[in-house]
Design a protein around this ligand. Structure first.
Ligand code: ATP
Ligand code: MG
Length: 350
């Protein structure tokens, strides 16, 4: 978890509900103060998009929401942007509750503080790449020269220099998605909402864009909410991951926490596809201790177990784990590490 997570959250959802269907929405709206939502919804044929969702995203954190199709990922993202108004609950951006904010003020927040990337790119077909990127700046009334300069800068940022005059139909899927990313960043948002931005892309381009996103994030330090249904993508990108089912968050935590302690079989099945050797780091499985074992090699807490096993032989029994400042923070018994990985075998329970 990043350092920043100890500060106030940038985004916070508290008891967030979104129900669909006229009867359900009416029942929710008319519900008296003391009535639980579940009770108010009884007898209505409510479709539940989000159900009592609670999450906190720290400034600068890259938070991933995962879950099967229909589990409520996009609903939560849209409720955070208030593109869909929550049926109940609060959505805080810093110290403002967006759920009770008038539309005009929300529009201003969306234009100045939020960037959004949608799964289907959402580009205007008869605008060139540069015109698409400049569009949100034009909408908020910035002078033409400034729009053009910023659009060019963003085009460079996503590695599309030279292609600014191309229309979306003249660009590959990956290039169109870069235009979408450039457009969402043009407003210099504090909060960046990405809904399955890479799902439509082939695996190689996808991996390349994931790397670029990480590079961008290292430089820009946005607060990011990223939706995907691919756990390996989540593992590559996320500081923390929330797993949703039927509108609910079933579990949230770092990838290693989900791997080692899955809340149920659904989570186990999600996390079962990735290599535990690569996901689990020395820091995840070490015995905390400030005292170095003499003669034992020192290795960083951020090193994967796989790399530790590849770089040590069976003659090494203990490893001193060090933090980024070189201080010893724990130790690992090599044989025990192999045992831990073997035992963390989600996917075999379900
Ligand atoms: N406007 C709507 N009207 C009625 N039901 C809706 C609406 N939007 C979403 N839903 C329902 O809410 C549930 C959650 O949908 P949501 O789009 O959030 O899922 P998702 O996790 O993003 O799925 P996917 O991975 O397929 O994009 C689904 O059952 C969906 O059918
Ligand atoms: Mg969706």
């Amino acid at each position: 978890m990043p350092e920043a997570s100890r500060t106030e959250p940038k985004i916070r959802c508290h008891g967030l509900w979104k129900v669909f269907g006229d009867a359900a929405e009416t029942a929710c709206a008319r519900r008296g103060g003391g009535t639980a939502i579940e009770e108010a919804l009884a007898g209505t044929d409510a479709i539940i998009g989000a159900s009592d969702v609670n999450l906190e995203i720290a400034p600068g954190e890259l938070f991933v929401i995962m879950g099967l199709s229909g589990s409520g990922k996009s609903t939560v993202l849209r409720c955070i942007a208030q593109l869909q108004r929550p049926s109940a609950g609060e959505v805080w951006l810093d110290d403002a509750n967006l759920a009770s904010m008038p539309e005009a003020q929300l529009m201003d927040i969306r234009r100045h503080r939020m960037g959004m990337v949608f799964q289907n790119f959402g580009l205007v077909p008869h605008f060139t790449a540069l015109q698409n990127i400049a569009f949100p700046l034009k909408v908020r009334g910035e002078p033409a020269e400034q729009c053009a300069a910023k659009a060019n800068e963003m085009l460079d940022l996503v590695g599309l220099n030279g292609r600014g005059d191309a229309y979306p139909s003249e660009l590959s899927g990956g290039q169109q998605q870069r235009v979408g990313i450039a457009r969402s960043l043009a407003v210099d948002p504090e909060v960046w909402l990405l809904d399955e931005p890479f799902s439509a892309l082939d695996p190689l381009i996808r991996k390349q864009l994931q790397d670029e996103l990480l590079e961008l994030q290292a430089r820009l330090q946005k607060t990011i909410l990223f939706v995907t249904h691919d756990f390996s993508e989540a593992v590559r990108l996320a500081d923390r991951i929330a797993i949703m089912r039927d509108g609910r968050i079933i579990q949230q935590g770092r990838a290693a926490e989900l791997l080692m302690n899955p809340a149920d079989d659904y989570v186990s099945r999600f996390v079962g596809d990735v290599s535990r050797l690569q996901v689990l780091k020395l820091g995840d499985i070490m015995q905390p201790s400030g005292r170095a074992v003499s003669g034992a090699p020192k290795m960083p807490a951020s090193l994967s177990i796989e790399d530790m096993l590849l770089t040590t032989g069976g003659d090494v029994s203990t490893i001193n784990v060090i933090d980024s400042n070189g201080r010893v923070t724990g130790r690992i018994d090599r044989a025990q590490a192999i045992e831990t990985v073997r035992n963390a075998t989600p996917g075999q329970t379900g």
